[in-house]
Ligand binder design. Structure first.
Ligand code: ATP
Length: 342
């Protein structure tokens, strides 16, 4: 297996609020290899976005505190590297796109002006020591728009964001993100604001770029269908922890964690009547006062008495498939069998 490009190693991110310490990420361990695409899925508030934003130091709240662990890019820690070093990484090594393309574009400037400004910033902070002329920057911007299959790229450079559709604006942001030739693209719910046909086109575009450019992708979504379209592997997050990671097919065919099974049972399907969607009763626990033991125990239909006291360790049962659940831990095999017979 290729060496990881990006690694979260028991990473902990807390927010110090007036009400106490909010343990948003509590021991996240994940890795992405070069050229690999990893999806992160989970319910709202599980910590997907703060995981993604942590990579580029974009959790800007003054109450945010790294409470432990490490986050490494190409083997180097990204924690405490300083603003100048982070600027050299942003855009040139790792780029990020967000859910709402309109809020990321300035309505007062043309697409060409905004893309040229981003390319100039890459030139200034990148390792290549390159200083392109205004004409070269514009030409590179048009090339990048063509790369994301924008029709008439030269004409689009003269457009303002409001003159483009939502799907076209997301293509512009992808073109901008890739203009510094990063190795890793982080996409945080990139298609949630788009209708389904445009959503499919953007996902196919990401998948094509991954294959053509050898790009690694970290894709955040609450939708397993979106993840399965682009990703090789998926990490399931629950309440600030990773509960299962697996290749996409293995996750769909042999989900091991009860939360993953609950998520899969909640996915609508044309041949599954609405009343057969199981859903997951209850809500994600308040991470100001997370439960002792497993964070999913209160909602888990298979919880053992030990789940209330003991934090589950991650058990690997195939080369790329692991889950953190006491039901999978051999020391609790007798309890599990008794529960299954009851
Ligand atoms: N600045 C902050 N101060 C306090 N808590 C925060 C702050 N930013 C995020 N959080 C909390 O951290 C938790 C994780 O947030 P995050 O945005 O990562 O969730 P998510 O899984 O991406 O959800 P969604 O799918 O709704 O975007 C949430 O409960 C959120 O309220």
């Amino acid at each position: 297996m290729a060496a990881p490009l990006l690694e979260f190693d028991d990473f902990r991110l807390h927010f110090d609020t007036f009400d106490g310490c909010y343990q948003a990420l509590d021991g996240v361990t994940l890795s992405i290899a070069a050229g690999e695409s990893l999806g992160i899925v989970g319910e709202t508030g599980c910590g997907k976005s703060v995981t993604a934003k942590s990579v580029l130091g974009l959790v800007s709240s003054p109450s945010a505190r790294i409470a432990g662990g490490d986050l490494r890019y190409r083997g180097q820690s990204l924690l405490g590297i300083g603003a100048a070093a982070m600027r050299r990484i942003r855009g040139v090594e790792i780029a990020m796109i967000f859910q709402d393309p309109m809020s990321c574009l300035n309505p007062l400037f043309t697409i060409g002006d905004q893309m040229s400004a981003v390319i100039a910033a890459h030139d200034a902070s990148g390792p290549r020591g390159q200083r392109r002329s205004a004409r070269q920057r514009r030409s590179h911007a048009a090339h990048m728009l063509a790369r994301v299959h924008m029709p008439s790229p030269d004409t689009q450079l003269g457009c303002y964001p409001h003159q483009l559709s939502g799907g076209q604006r997301q293509r512009v942001l992808i073109a901008m993100a890739l203009s510094g030739a990063p190795s890793l693209l982080i996409a945080d719910e990139p298609t949630t604001a788009l209708d389904v046909t445009i959503q499919a086109q953007i996902l196919d575009l990401l998948d094509g770029l991954r294959r053509d450019l050898g790009l690694s992708i970290l894709l955040i979504s609450h939708d397993l269908g979106v993840i399965s379209r682009v990703c090789d592997r998926v990490a399931v997050m629950y309440a600030g922890t990773v509960v299962e990671t697996a290749p996409v097919e293995a996750l769909f065919e042999h989900p091991r964690h009860p939360y993953t099974r609950g998520l899969l049972a909640s996915v609508p399907h044309p041949r599954k009547p609405a009343q057969m969607l199981a859903g997951i009763p209850g809500t994600v626990p308040n991470l100001l006062h997370p439960p002792a033991g497993c964070r999913y125990q209160a909602r888990c239909p298979q919880a053992l008495p030990a789940c209330a006291q003991q934090r589950p360790v991650t058990v690997a049962f195939a080369p790329q498939h692991s889950a953190a659940c006491l039901l999978l831990d051999e020391t609790h095999a007798a309890d599990t069998a008794a529960r299954n017979l009851a």
